[in-house]
Write a new protein. Structure first.
Length: 523
């Protein structure tokens, strides 16, 4: 028989009011001691051990509570119906203090039961740092301490193109870019890798696009190594998701491959002044053919590039304005045959106007460009001029191109809000598009004139100019619809011969009209 039961059965001991009070006090002390040991037990054992110990503690407390309840019940009955040998006027009352202690112990038992329930629900789950997810300029995950951050990014650009005459270019739907990538940041280091899935071989975006490691401790001196996009000029430096028109101007063809492999330093030494300097292979992306660089003992020259730009409006503290000015200079050597890939298309990506010939000997190639962008509020003027020279044995030829454009944000957003790191970026509408609500996104209208001159080369045609008018409907910062009309005029009419029903037909034209459209989502 439990000793406490013996005590409860003994009338003489029950007559003493102080005895149950002492037992309740001892029980409360035992509960406090068990709670004091609980955090230590949890800290020293694994999840299963903590659950088992808490179960044992809970069972012990429940038994103790039952004994105390029986004791109080006995005391209450004695006070209502005292024994015959006792004086009814001297029956011990049940003190309020004992009742309060009983309620407190019951509350502690309830707390322990909830803790046990939580432990059982969390059994087998991770006890590491919490991971937080957010969607801002891409989907990202990071831990609560800020020690690391993982970002996932991608884009889909679904295009349609229609040409007149359409003899030299097809009216077609196509995927201009389809990419998926990730970047990881840890302390002062970050790495980015991205793949291209559209398969458009002629724009240098096959397979791997970005694959580089960055050291970012100093804002004025950041270091990048791997495969990346060298920053030659303003339009080239900008992300293709945020250009003013569906395609970059004809100046872009003079800059060579979009991606290259090497090292680059870049940064912002003073607020508003940006620079980048790179040393690269000058041969484009890392492909099966390009990997032959490792065993090509005859060609080990590199392209060197320096670009410096500044925002005078930031120096002068002119609000809602951008006065961007600067330029770049690049020099390298091209091995025999490498220049054959320079094919200049119209800005609608239609007819190949200017296919260059292959140099039989290595030539020195220099490129230089000047850039200017003036923006205030919703208006922007932007222009660039690019010059490329090939110099070698019995060779001294030039290519030049330039463009000038104006843009207007009809819905009142400002271009200054998109300017960062020496280029224009993502635009955030004042009100995102929402069906049935007041938000319709942002609307941007623009016009551009561009001119290409390759008259140093004996080809026909070797000059053309183009007018482009366009509209960007930016539904949200991540979704936009684009429509452009491009009129290109050649200095010399061109003739295209095609085969139809076993008969060759020739068509001659001196211009091309193109209507292009794009649906874009990026993150």
């Amino acid at each position: 028989m439990n000793p406490l039961n013996k005590v409860a059965a003994c009338p003489r001991m029950a007559e003493t009011p102080s005895f149950p009070r002492l037992k309740l006090l001892a029980a409360a002390l035992s509960v406090a001691m068990l709670h004091a040991t609980l955090p230590t037990a949890w800290a020293d054992g694994d999840s299963d051990a903590r659950i088992a110990q808490l179960q044992r503690m809970l069972e012990a407390q429940q038994q103790q509570m039952q004994l105390l309840a029986n004791e109080l019940k006995a005391l209450k009955e004695a006070s209502i119906k005292p024994a015959e040998h006792m004086d009814p006027t001297k029956a011990p009352p049940i003190a309020t203090e004992e009742k309060q202690q009983l309620r407190e112990q019951q509350a502690k038992i309830d707390t322990m039961a909830e803790q046990l329930k939580s432990l059982q629900a969390a059994r087998g789950q991770s006890t590491g740092q919490a991971v937080y997810a957010n969607f801002k300029n891409g989907l990202s995950f990071e831990d609560g301490t800020g020690n690391w951050k993982l970002g996932v990014n991608g884009r889909v650009q679904a295009d349609y193109r229609s040409f007149s005459p359409d003899i030299a270019a097809a009216d077609t739907f196509n995927i201009r870019r389809g990419r998926l990538g990730a970047n990881v940041a840890m302390k002062d280091f970050s790495a980015r890798i991205e793949a291209e899935y559209s398969g458009t071989a002629n724009n240098g975006s096959v397979g791997l696009t970005y694959a580089h490691v960055d050291y970012l401790h100093f804002n004025s001196f950041k270091l990048r190594a791997g495969q990346f996009k060298p920053f030659y000029g303003l339009e080239r430096a900008m992300n293709a998701n945020f250009t003013d028109f569906q395609e970059r101007g004809s100046t872009d063809y003079l800059l060579g491959p979009t991606f290259d492999r090497g090292v680059m330093v870049f940064g912002e030494p003073v607020p508003g002044l940006f620079y980048n300097a790179s040393w690269t292979d000058g041969k484009g992306v890392n492909t099966t053919t390009a990997n032959g660089d490792e065993t090509d003992a005859k060609y080990d020259n590199k392209d060197a590039l320096v670009r410096v730009v500044g925002n005078i409006a930031q120096f002068a503290d002119w609000k809602d304005s951008v006065v961007h000015a600067g330029g770049f200079y690049a020099k390298g050597q091209q091995e025999p045959g490498s220049i054959a890939t320079l094919n200049v298309q119209t800005e609608g990506r239609g007819y190949i106007v200017f296919p260059t010939t292959t140099f039989q000997r290595a030539v020195d190639r220099t490129r230089q460009g000047y850039e200017l962008a003036l923006a205030h509020g919703p208006l922007k003027f932007q222009t660039e001029h690019i010059h490329e020279n090939f110099d070698g044995a019995n060779v001294d030829r030039d290519l030049t191109a330039w463009y000038a454009s104006v843009s207007w944000l009809v819905t009142g957003e400002t271009f200054a809000s998109t300017y960062k790191d020496g280029m224009f970026g993502r635009l955030r509408p004042k009100h995102d598009f929402a069906w049935g609500a007041d938000g319709w996104g942002a609307l941007q209208l623009g016009a551009r004139y561009s001119k290409f001159d390759g008259s140093d080369f004996v080809t026909s045609p070797n000059q053309f100019d183009a007018w482009t008018v366009g509209a960007n409907w930016i539904l949200t910062p991540y979704v936009r619809l684009v429509a452009n009309y491009v009129h290109s005029h050649f200095n010399t009419p061109v003739t295209v011969t095609t085969s139809s029903n076993s008969t060759n037909k020739s068509y001659t034209f001196d211009h091309e009209d193109a209507i292009t459209m794009r649906a874009q989502f990026d993150f």
